[in-house]
Write a protein that binds this ligand. Structure first.
Ligand code: PGA
Length: 236
């Protein structure tokens, strides 16, 4: 594991954007696994700048996102599809049809989950997976549980996740209670993983996840088994 500690959010974002750019420059048709949340917004902003200057080209990239709320329309400004479009895809030269986010409004969610995994496999898996980490140690929406969930699945969000995400909704009651999330197989089979975390409040869970026992009670702890993971942490 490569652990990089930086001073602030801006440095974390630049370093993460550097790693993602390098990936796309070396392999223009990379499959990028992407994440939502407040942590990656700065990384996306930096990548947008470089793309608009012509320094990085996303025209051959395919992206697969980690997760989506169940029941939100894609036009809903809290859906993760909307987040990705407005924070990243609309401002770079990626082909929208090559961007994939699980469909949380699918009639048959189980089929949607199975298809998502099959699709990722069919395009050769993920080259670089970007991850944030939740305060409870979740990655994607893989919440603490008795076992690691292997496949893309529907998950009941934990109370702490609902509370943490309430800041984006009018009230805590508006936060969806379920989500579709990529499981551990697609994440762990990514050729490279880039985990970014920002803020003093993430330090304790990050230490537990990266240096404590590997347990499904801290889903991110499984990342210790990945052969090529870079972690960038900013404590400010
Ligand atoms: P955050 O969320 O980036 O908004 O802190 C991270 C996560 O829950 O995975």
């Amino acid at each position: 594991m490569k652990f990089i500690k930086v001073k602030n959010y801006e440095q974390m974002s630049r370093q993460a954007a550097n790693i993602i750019s390098a990936q796309v420059i070396i392999k223009p048709d990379s499959v990028l696994g992407l994440a939502t949340g407040s942590t990656p917004i700065g990384t996306y902003k930096q990548l947008i700048k470089w793309c608009q200057k012509g320094d990085v080209d996303f025209s051959e990239v395919t992206s697969v996102n980690l997760d989506e709320y169940v029941g939100l329309d894609i036009e809903n400004d809290q859906s993760y599809r909307y987040f990705m479009n407005t924070n990243f895809f609309d401002s770079i030269n990626i082909k929208k049809e090559n961007t994939y986010v699980p469909n949380g409004k699918a009639d048959n969610l189980e089929e949607e989950c199975a298809n998502y995994d099959a699709f990722i496999k069919s395009i050769g898996g993920i080259d670089l997976q970007l991850l944030g980490i939740g305060l409870d140690g979740h990655i994607g929406f893989n919440e603490p549980a008795d076992c690691f969930e292997k496949n893309t699945h529907v998950v009941d969000l934990h109370e702490s996740t609902i509370k943490a995400n309430a800041r984006f909704f009018e009230s805590v009651d508006d936060v969806p209670k379920k989500a579709v999330t990529m499981g551990m197989v697609s994440i762990m089979q990514a050729k490279k993983i880039l985990l970014i975390a920002n803020g003093k409040n993430k330090e304790e869970i990050l230490n537990k996840a990266l240096f404590g026992p590997i347990t499904p009670e801290i889903p991110a702890s499984i990342l210790q088994l990945h052969p090529d993971i870079t972690v960038i942490f900013s404590e400010e």
